[in-house]
Design a protein around this ligand. Structure first.
Ligand SMILES: [Cu+2]
Length: 672
């Protein structure tokens, strides 16, 4: 297990914190050493912020055929072994084992300074899911082994949109989705319509095309009815496609080639910043219906002999107020309030992945003017807000967003705040302007831009300690210079254009993966505009809340959209009430317009998005959104849905199919 332990002192450099912390903060066996070191000085003890760590890298299966391989290949011929080994050696084929089982771990709880033990559904028994790095042109096999406890037959519900709230065995069916990957959605590929019951193994095969964009993607389970509970347990990991294709005068290339000199020594997976919200709770009854809460505040607490779990759909996941009441923290790479040591003036790339679904994160980085005002033990929302408004008020570290949802932008967006909604990815560059302490915080305030339309409070997510002698006065100018320097590594015949683009307000024209969808292309395709209207109808009395798209809840056997391969099409996205992140599998979309409803201001989170490519976009009830998309290469059935996963599990999803054209402007019917 990856354990964010209370570290002995050398890992902590927040010296100024010592003065204000009055509680002993480390308990339990992990801190025996701390207690022995300074038993008489509890007032000087500091909360041990977990040091920042990237999630572990998923290790490839041994480069030799195992007994299980042999057993799985009764028809294997004599060429199999050497052919597969050769493919592995050349990196064309890669195999991973993914065990799905309960795992034990701990989550550091800043409010108490303790590590809360947890028992959660997990990948490979680790609390933080491993990162997978793939290359374009690779065949990637995942041997998914569902070793969750056997399903209780009594929980088989006739209603597909009805996750069972109390019977935990209903949440043990799983599958695998690679969010954002442009691969086949059918058969043994990115097929979310599969169900892997407990005890079942299945080998997924992803053929990542040679022209797949390099970028930041992620994986998680996607079994309708179990998705939210499994992702809420921390079952989400980063999936990085790393590219080495330089641009040419005719073709665009991978942004990775421009950013190579900024990459950490360990590799691109060390740039992963996986944001999760895990609503673990300790229960006071056997049936896991009653959550242990603190008197007065109502915050979720765990006694010393208790273990945190995610087992009650209604109480922990289905109730949109639960997260706010819980007092839990948004985690980065499985760590609550980690501390990282960075060097001022160095360019960092963060691959931000929002794998949460409980709240919006408005990520902001600002200098701490008075470190004494940091309060690592801030527990309730008032204390956490007070910490931000007291400490995180210095200079902003500018963020330079280079990619949305893994897809390189045509122009870098310069901002102080990056808005992350469930399912979003944002690749940002930044350089800390000078040494000092910095807050990485969620600047959510009020209900503006919020996922749940309820007020959220600002809160510290991580602390940066920056060292070094750099002094940057103009951050945009500095970043432009650094990127122009990096462009020296570009091929001669494109270098001048890359540099000219950067000088022209940080354009990245040579690195955009998809050509813009033109009106001429849409006209030639001659397809109708598709409306998508989200509607959440609150329940009352015995009538449950309804989660609808275009007036209907999900029906497994109904195809809601039939799309024709090779065409481009316009979609209009809107919501009748509360905001829902629209996500569609396989082909991304390009944003054409985001128009506020009459009399409404445009929410700042929509700035800089027109023209960009994404696969997930928040549809606020205050806007009308138009996007274009094109269906390329892949046919078959897949889904679109709301990425508030508990909405998806309860019906906010549609079946989509891409079919072959009939050559006459319609769709081919096959043998029917
Ligand atoms: Cu929704």
């Amino acid at each position: 297990m990856s354990v964010p332990v209370c570290q002995p002192r050398p890992a902590l450099r927040l010296s100024a914190l010592a003065a204000l912390v009055t509680l002993p903060v480390c308990f339990g066996p992990a801190h025996a050493e701390d207690k022995m070191v300074a038993p008489a000085l509890p007032k000087l003890q500091k909360p041990s912020l977990p040091p920042m760590k990237a999630p572990p890298l998923l290790k490839e299966r041994d480069n030799k055929l195992t007994t299980r391989d042999a057993a799985n290949q009764p028809a294997a011929n004599t060429l199999t072994r050497s052919a597969r080994n050769e493919a592995r050696k050349t990196g064309r084929e890669i195999e991973y084992d993914m065990l799905i089982a309960y795992g034990k771990g701990t989550i550091y709880n800043p409010a108490t300074g303790k590590n809360d033990p947890v028992w959660l559904r997990s990948y490979n028994g680790q609390f933080i899911a491993p990162t997978v790095v793939m290359k374009p042109g690779q065949t990637v096999r995942f041997n998914l082994m569902n070793q969750l406890p056997a399903e209780d037959p009594s929980c088989t519900s006739g209603d597909a949109n009805s996750p069972q709230p109390t019977n935990k065995n209903c949440f043990n069916v799983t599958n695998l989705h690679s969010h954002g990957l442009w691969i086949s959605p059918t058969g043994n590929s990115d097929n979310v319509l599969l169900s892997l019951n407990p005890g079942v193994n299945f080998e997924y095969e992803y053929n990542v095309p040679i022209d797949h964009p390099a970028g930041t993607f992620w994986y998680h389970p996607h079994k309708h009815g179990s998705t939210a509970m499994q992702v809420a347990s921390g079952m989400s990991g980063a999936l990085v496609i790393h590219g080495k294709r330089y641009p040419t005068p005719e073709h665009n290339g991978d942004l990775d080639t421009l950013l190579k000199s900024f990459e950490p020594k360990g590799g691109s997976h060390e740039e992963v910043m996986l944001l999760q919200q895990i609503p673990y709770a300790c229960f006071t009854d056997k049936d896991k219906t009653k959550i242990n809460t603190a008197p007065i505040t109502g915050r979720w607490v765990c006694d010393d002999n208790q273990i945190g779990e995610v087992e009650n759909f209604n109480a922990q996941v289905g109730n949109f107020k639960a997260w706010g009441q819980s007092g839990r923290y948004t985690l980065i790479n499985g760590l609550a309030r980690p501390q990282m040591n960075l060097t001022a003036g160095k360019v960092y790339r963060w691959r931000l992945i929002d794998a949460g679904f409980n709240e919006t994160v408005q990520l902001r980085i600002r200098k701490v003017l008075d470190p004494k005002k940091l309060n690592p033990l801030a527990g309730n929302s008032e204390e956490r807000s007070a910490e931000v408004t007291g400490a995180c008020i210095g200079q902003d570290v500018q963020q330079f967003e280079v990619a949305t949802d893994g897809l390189t932008r045509d122009q870098i967006a310069v901002t102080n705040t990056t808005t992350l909604q469930p399912g979003y990815r944002s690749d940002i560059l930044f350089a800390i302007p000078e040494k000092g302490t910095y807050c990485v915080y969620d600047d959510s305030s009020g209900s503006g831009g919020s996922l749940t339309a309820t007020a959220e409070n600002p809160k510290v997510l991580a602390i940066i300690e920056a060292s070094g002698s750099a002094k940057i006065t103009d951050q945009t100018q500095y970043m432009t210079e650094q990127l122009i320097k990096a462009a020296a590594g570009q091929p001669k015949d494109v270098r001048a254009q890359v540099v000219a683009d950067l000088k022209n307000s940080l354009k990245l024209t040579k690195f955009v993966p998809h050509p813009t969808i033109t009106n001429a292309e849409l006209k030639a395709s001659n397809q109708p505009v598709i409306p998508i209207v989200f509607n959440l109808i609150p329940g009352s009395g015995p009538t449950p809340t309804q989660f609808l798209i275009n007036g209907k809840a999900y029906e497994g056997n109904r195809i809601d959209q039939t799309l024709i391969l090779g065409t481009a099409q316009t979609w209009n996205l809107s919501s009748l009430n509360v905001a829902h992140p629209f996500h569609i599998h396989v082909n991304p979309f390009q944003i054409v317009s985001i128009t506020p409803k009459p009399g409404m201001p445009l929410d700042p989170q929509y700035k800089n998005l027109v023209g960009t490519w994404k696969d997930t976009l928040l549809v606020s009830p205050n806007v009308d959104i138009v996007v274009n998309t094109r269906y390329q290469r892949y046919i078959g059935q897949f889904v679109l849905h709301c990425h508030i996963l508990e909405h998806e599990d309860q019906g906010m999803m549609q079946n989509v199919q891409v079919v072959l054209p009939d050559g006459k402007g319609g769709s081919a019917k096959g043998h029917k």
